[in-house]
Design a protein around this ligand. Structure first.
Ligand SMILES: [Zn+2]
Length: 428
């Protein structure tokens, strides 16, 4: 028996999504409210669920200030970096230099200075800056087209662990990062002014601290009929970044798996299907990390993870990223041909919760669609489309239906060595 795709509704997914048009950053009241609404929706069609809470450490910026002291005096709006050093209360005073993309020629001139670079400072650039003797950094955010609230530079955080530093226990952070250097993000238009007006001496103030927050996964299970001991997961993260309400990234995915949970509740599959709405994905896949720890003893029963991250906008194309044997790409492509829904596949690791499953040796996929405005305040439900949601839900549902009901599972519970090696590095 083949899935009845007429029962999948994009309109119903849009109605569900209307309840989530707010910021759901992990560990905030918004995320908690969203988890409650997911549970309420599940029980409205008779599916029981449970909350699985976990705590995590994150940073909170308390103060960030950049003042030019020579050859003019002006204070600029900046945003402090998470997990950077705190400056002295009256600030760090040093000469200023603009080092563009942080090439070796520019970096030869940064010793003892506060250095401005073009892109967000991540692991590699941070290490280059420290090695070159910089005492602080400024990175440029935004675009010359920005106005109004968009002139506030966006926030970034340095990695928890950096090579050469003593490794911190997973999930736990040191109380401070005082052996690092301090850094801030500045808007593009202000960056231009600094260089044009010849800023030469600056004073930088940053104060940030580590705080512990609680997030939660919502887990619902539909027990299989005669192959219940084998588990398939359908997953999507429901938290957002702090910059916007994450409709496309990724409440859309949350709506797609909700629609499929409703379908499979009415059409019970032979294998067990577990539906999981992950919290704190945007903080580094923390919800799925917590899940595999709590459910460690059951993981040998898991056959395949079907994750959705980024979906629902009309203009776009769908890619299924498969972290598993290349034959799984062919199988999924075949199914997409059968159902007549356009997509392509990529056989690689994928920066979403599917990586967590693949790392444990469980073949995994992420359904992903191009779209506009990820991680900005423009990522709202106004840009979502029932047409797109319906098609993605049908595609994912068709794959889940075939795999949930087939006599013998068509691929091994195995992830190629090369992906495991990449995932070791990714999570390392
Ligand atoms: Zn996402």
């Amino acid at each position: 028996m083949i899935m009845n795709t007429n029962e999948i509704s994009g309109k119903r997914q849009m109605e569900f999504l209307a309840g989530f048009d707010y910021i759901r950053e992990a560990g905030t009241a918004g995320e908690e409210k969203a988890a409650a609404l997911i549970q309420e929706t599940l029980s409205s069609f008779g599916v029981e669920s449970r909350l699985e809470e976990f705590s995590f450490d994150t940073f909170q910026i308390k103060k960030a200030k950049l003042t030019i002291t020579e050859p003019y005096t002006k204070e600029y709006t900046v945003t402090g970096y998470g997990r950077c050093a705190n400056t002295a209360e009256d600030g760090l005073k040093a000469p200023f230099v603009y080092a563009e993309n942080g090439d070796d020629i520019s970096l030869a001139q940064v010793k003892g200075k506060i250095v401005m670079v073009n892109d967000p400072v991540r692991k590699d650039m941070y290490q280059k800056l420290v090695k070159a003797g910089a005492v602080g950094f400024i990175s440029i955010a935004g675009s010359p087209l920005d106005e109004g609230v968009d002139l506030i530079p966006r926030a970034y955080g340095l990695p928890k662990n950096l090579p050469g530093e003593e490794k911190k226990a997973a999930g736990k952070e040191a109380q401070n990062y005082d052996n690092r250097i301090p850094g801030v993000s500045i808007h593009y238009k202000d960056a231009i002014e600094l260089v044009t007006k010849g800023a030469s001496q600056v004073c930088l103030v940053v104060e940030q601290e580590t705080v512990t927050r609680t997030s939660r996964n919502v887990v619902a299970q539909i027990e299989g009929t005669d192959k219940a001991e084998e588990i398939l997961t359908l997953t999507a993260h429901y938290d957002s970044v702090q910059e916007g309400p994450g409709a496309y990234d990724n409440m859309s995915g949350g709506a797609i798996i909700m629609e499929l949970c409703r379908y499979f509740q009415a059409h019970r599959p032979r294998r067990t299907m577990e539906f999981i709405w992950f919290g704190a994905e945007e903080k580094g896949l923390l919800g799925s990390q917590s899940y595999i720890k709590v459910h460690e003893s059951e993981l040998s029963a898991h056959r395949f993870n079907m994750n959705v991250d980024l979906a629902g906008q009309l203009v776009g194309g769908t890619v299924v990223g498969v972290t598993g044997d290349a034959s799984v790409c062919n199988m999924i492509t075949y199914m997409a041909h059968e159902i007549g829904i356009g997509m392509s596949t990529k056989n690689q690791i994928w920066g979403s919760d599917s990586n967590t499953f693949a790392w444990k040796g469980i073949p995994a996929m992420t359904l992903n669609r191009d779209g506009f405005g990820m991680h900005t305040r423009h990522d709202t439900i106004a840009l979502l489309s029932d047409w797109s949601l319906e098609r993605s839900a049908i595609l994912l549902g068709y794959i889940a239906d075939r795999l949930g009901n087939i006599d013998s599972f068509p691929f091994e519970r195995k992830v190629p060595e090369e992906f495991i090696a990449q995932l070791d590095e990714y999570f390392g």
